[in-house]
Ligand binder design. Structure first.
Ligand code: ADP
Ligand code: ADP
Length: 226
């Protein structure tokens, strides 16, 4: 049994007038320590699958197993990082990170120390007492990553975390995120529509298409592309 198993997942969104089926019969498995990309155009169900893996939404059919346990809601094993940083503007960088820990009842000496180490690693130590508005977009995304990592989740879900950044910042941050996650041996899933980003960052790519029946074409990144 793999670290993460997605088994026969189908998901539809229902409204009064219509039904949109975002995913049909998706099965895939991910090993511990792997860095996976979900690659595909807008609207093909990548975010839906990420939300199902995180436990934020329940699939219409099928289920997700994380370390052999069925995912039935949000849980401490999984950290979710989004395109926007959602930092509180009136809190300092450090306070923003501690809030995440407090909310999940994990604020203690160990996680505080972990945060400080991560801030150093991300080159943010000197700005930890500053406010989000004083930081560039790339720095704020680094803060968001520290906040996600501070609770020490086993699985990281990254939904287009680089897409709002300028090209140079994006390249630097991709590098930093990749080396940090590999260093800590995290399992990660990156959602992206950028094939270069998927190739640069992942061990394996799942290719999503807009044809629901063919959602989970997978291809392996050839070594010569790295
Ligand atoms: P991405 O995740 O690729 O950035 P978006 O979140 O903007 O894309 O949404 C992808 C597609 O899903 C768009 O076509 C958007 O209109 C649709 N969508 C997103 N949220 C909703 C919603 N609450 N109701 C209906 N359609 C939605
Ligand atoms: P992606 O992340 O690949 O852009 P999504 O998972 O956001 O794709 O969307 C997949 C499909 O589900 C799209 O057709 C989108 O319009 C639809 N969808 C996404 N979220 C909602 C929602 N909350 N309500 C209704 N339809 C949605």
């Amino acid at each position: 049994m793999s670290f993460l198993e997605i088994q026969d997942v189908t998901h539809s969104y229902f409204s009064k007038q219509s039904k949109t089926t975002a995913l049909i019969d998706v099965s895939l498995s991910i090993q511990e320590g792997e860095f996976i990309s979900f690659l595909g155009p807008s609207g093909c169900g990548k975010t839906t699958l990420l939300s199902i893996i995180s436990g934020l939404i329940e699939p219409t059919i099928g289920h997700v197993l994380l370390e052999n346990e069925k995912v039935t809601g949000t849980n401490k094993k999984t950290g979710y990082m989004l395109q926007q940083d959602y930092l509180f503007p009136w809190k300092t960088i450090e306070e923003n990170i501690f809030i995440g820990l407090k909310l999940t009842k994990q604020l203690n000496e160990k996680t505080k120390q972990n945060t400080i180490t991560l801030l150093e690693k991300m080159g943010l130590k000197n700005v930890s007492k500053q406010f989000p508005s004083q930081l560039s977009g790339g720095m704020r995304q680094r803060v968001a990553l520290v906040r996600t990592l501070a609770t020490n989740p086993k699985l990281l879900l990254l939904d287009e975390p680089f897409s709002a950044l300028d090209f140079q910042t994006k390249l630097k941050l991709e590098d930093l995120v990749f080396s940090t996650l590999k260093q800590f041996q995290k399992t990660a899933i990156l959602v992206t529509h950028d094939i270069g980003e998927a190739i640069a960052m992942s061990d394996r790519i799942y290719l999503f298409t807009n044809r629901p029946g063919t959602v989970h074409r997978v291809f392996h990144v050839p070594d010569e592309l790295r």
